[in-house]
Unconditional design. Sequence first.
Length: 125
Amino acid sequence: MQFFYVGFTQQANTRLYRFQGVLPTRRPTAIARHVELLLSADLSLWPEFNLHVQDGPALCAQILAAGIGSAETEPGPYASYAITRDDLTAFSSAHSKRISKPGRRKPRPNMRPSASSQLRWPRIS
C-alpha cells in the first residue's frame, strides 16, 4: 500500500492528519482502490518529546508504514487512529539519533594572505 499525504485540520489542540492509502491492483487496467486514513495527534505532548509541528506528516507516515506496510489488505484500525505516547517516543528517539550526529567540518583556512601573496590587508589609520 502506498500513502499520500492529503492535508490536515486542527481542532483546538488536536491536529488531524489525512492520508490516502492506495491499494494497487493486480491488473494495470483496473482502477486502484483508495482508502481514507485519519490520524489524530495531541499537540500538547509534542514539546515533551522535543518534536516540531512540521514532523507530523513524517510521524504519521512512519506509523502507517509500520502498521500496514506493504500489505494489500484493509487498513483496519488505522482508518482512524490516535497517535499515542509510545508512537511519539519511538519517533523522537529515531529522530534524535539522526539529528545528533555531528557533521564533519572542514578545518577553517587561515584568513590572512600568505607572505608571498600580492593581496594585502588594508592599513587602519
